[in-house]
Design a protein around this ligand. Structure first.
Ligand SMILES: [Zn+2]
Length: 44
């Protein structure tokens, strides 16, 4: 499964989530619950 890298626009927290293509992409930062921008998916 690909690893998606996210970066929060509000607190700059960066995190990675392993998701399948059928999963909805995350849109919420686990630190501040603000909207996050997803960046590239890559295969780990
Ligand atoms: Zn955040």
């Amino acid at each position: 499964m690909p690893t998606y890298q996210y970066a929060c626009k509000q607190c700059s927290h960066q995190f990675e989530v392993v998701q399948s293509f059928s999963d909805d992409s995350l849109t919420e930062c686990p630190e501040c619950q603000a909207s996050c921008a997803s960046s590239t998916a890559r295969w780990a």
